[in-house]
Design a protein around this ligand. Sequence first.
Ligand code: MF3
Ligand code: CO
Ligand code: CO
Length: 261
Amino acid sequence: MTHSIQTPEDIEGMRIAGRLAADCLVMVGEHIKPGITTAELDRICHNFIVNIQDAIPAPLNYRGFPKSICTSINHVVCHGIPNENKELKRGDIINIDITVIKNRYHGDTSKMFSVGDVKPFAERLIRITQECMYRGIELVKPGTQLGDIGHAIQAHAENNYYSVVEEFCGHGIGKVFHEDPQVLHYGRPATGVQLTEGMTFTIEPMINQGRRHTRILSDGWTAVTKDRKLSAQWEHTILVTSSGYEILTYRPEDESFPRIS
Ligand code: MF3
Ligand code: CO
Ligand code: CO
């Protein structure tokens, strides 16, 4: 199997797309409060991406997806569809997933938000899931195998009595939204594709409070935990550099974790 390698010009394009996706995620954070609907969050992001960033929201009409962002609340694992009737309420946890296209390049990133005060067990799931993502990212460098990354993520989740969703994974990204390789968030060390300089892909673990199993609602998109317990997800787009990694969707709030290794 071959995987696209970005040229220096591609990398500059990916940096720009990544920064726009990160900026949109920072911007929408100001609007997360009880009473706002997920459809309003979608409109805010859509208008920002199209009118301010002069970019394209990649999810809109992607394989029939009807909205510009994904909004996944509580037991929704991923691909939640923004809805006029879905208001955020105090105690909810929500993942917002933004993908923008700028000059054909994609930047893909997501984070968890707490709506008002949330229960300590929910905050813990959010924190450990972010740590899972970072544990994967810190291994990125030429020569690392994807199984090393999956294993590190799975070990941290399971050491904390959580489970890893297997039906969805990270992915190569560039001028194509989803391409090879598949970046599984579980696995065995010293297995799988070897990373090389110039690859760009996402790491986006979905970690469940209960069992790992998911199902898709009748809308054809919304993935939920079968046991209806909480799920959390964080995502960054990463470049493999000669010495390690660069996070292309870095935000100021990631400051405790290095942007570049
Ligand atoms: N942004 C998601 C990902 O991380 C994909 C969303 S596809 C959509 O890969 F169609 F649901 F928007
Ligand atoms: Co992604
Ligand atoms: Co995404």
